[in-house]
Design a protein around this ligand. Structure first.
Ligand code: UT7
Length: 333
């Protein structure tokens, strides 16, 4: 019996560049509150959000992804022709097939790179970074573009008090490739399907189409239960990611959690006893909760504002529908 050839990649991989696309329509709380009988004060107190961005008709999932990915490639100094794989994390590409990633790979100008979408909701980007790390180290790709992108305004009801003020649109991207030193730590990830119903598309498409007056099946969320799960459980996952990477909170420079709610971020920071020198991402204040896009958008913002610099050690963690979660420690490019 003949044995098969196998390939191995580089010893280490890292994030080489970060990019973002922030859509054009600025939506302050004042524009949201009347339809949900709320107030600017309540939204700011309960979530930290002051304003968010919605995409206009031309700012599609693919267009936002291509723009963020092109920025990430430029920051990384990597040409589109060198890209072996494009991974797009999203739950709001409203075409069931083909994947958004195949169109992104084409429009980005790759030479027919492998391309696929992943559905892990708000945790999708951190799942993508983990896959890309393994691909570069395993030898199936040298450069991988990972995009987190959402147009949640398409699938959020403007009259749902529990979601209308939270969800928003945008795209963030990174390039993962070879690194001389370990720059992406082991992922800690998992899911709790028993809590599948806490955040979900309201109805299956077949049920929607069987209705006499079909309507977009919006996202529904049992927010307070998600809030308690995230505040209680995610600090433990974050600590496991630090332990697996062999670093302590004192070694951290930046904390970049999913921008779900500033109060969840505060609860995690308290539970982890983050020292005061650790800079914490607060992009939610004017970006809202952009699900799969939130971690790369928050990271790009910290880099642009000078709150994160090359060589910094950052903890990424994301969690959401599924309930799915993923966390890893990275060294910034
Ligand atoms: O990204 C995926 C993961 N998602 C998350 O992590 C989101 C997690 N959840 C949350 O961030 C929070 O649950 C929310 C921000 C969505 C809501 O905050 P909360 O503190 O959990 O509010 P609540 O649902 O417990 O409601 C508290 C009160 C209630 O009134 P009473 O019963 O105390 O009188 C609600 O009726 O606030 C009322 N309320 C509102 N008031 C004004 C609920 N929604 C609103 C609203 N405006 N939009």
């Amino acid at each position: 019996m003949s044995t098969l050839n196998v390939e191995s990649g580089t010893s280490y991989a890292g994030i080489l560049g970060v990019g973002a696309y922030r859509p054009s329509i600025l939506v302050p709380n004042a524009d949201i509150v009347d339809a949900i009988d709320s107030s600017d004060e309540w939204i700011q107190q309960r979530s930290g959000i002051k304003t968010r961005r919605f995409a206009d008709d031309s700012e599609t999932v693919v267009k936002m992804s291509v723009s963020a990915a092109a920025d990430a490639l430029e920051a990384a100094g990597v040409d589109a022709h060198q890209v072996d794989c494009v991974i797009v994390a999203t739950v709001s590409h409203l075409l069931q097939t083909p994947s958004a990633a195949t169109m992104v790979a084409h429009e980005l100008g790759t030479d027919g790179a492998a391309a696929f979408d992943i559905s892990a909701a708000c945790a999708g980007f951190c799942h993508g970074v983990s896959l890309a790390n393994d691909m570069v180290r395993g030898g199936s790709a040298r450069y991988v573009v990972v995009v987190g992108v959402e147009r949640l305004s398409d699938i959020t009801s403007r009259t749902d008090r529990g979601t209308a003020f939270i969800f928003a649109d945008g795209a963030g991207a990174v390039v993962v490739g070879p690194s001389d030193t370990p720059a992406i730590g082991p992922v800690v990830w998992g899911s709790d399907g028993e809590q599948y119903d806490l955040i979900r598309q309201k109805e299956d498409w077949r049920d929607v189409l069987a209705s006499d007056s079909p309507e977009m099946p919006h996202l529904v969320m049992r927010g307070n239960e998600v809030f308690r799960w995230a505040s209680f459980s995610m600090a433990k996952i974050a600590q496991q990611a630090l332990d697996r990477a062999g670093v302590s909170v004192d070694d951290l420079d930046c904390f970049v959690p999913h921008q779900a709610n500033n109060r969840i971020t505060d609860a995690m920071a308290r539970a982890m006893k983050l020292p005061s020198h650790v800079r914490i991402a607060r992009d939610i204040v004017d970006s809202g909760n952009t699900s799969a896009a939130s971690v790369p958008l928050a990271l790009e913002r910290m880099i642009r504002d000078g709150d994160a610099k090359s060589g910094d050690v950052a903890l990424l963690i994301a969690f959401g529908a599924g309930l799915a979660y993923a966390a890893q420690v990275v060294t910034l490019p």
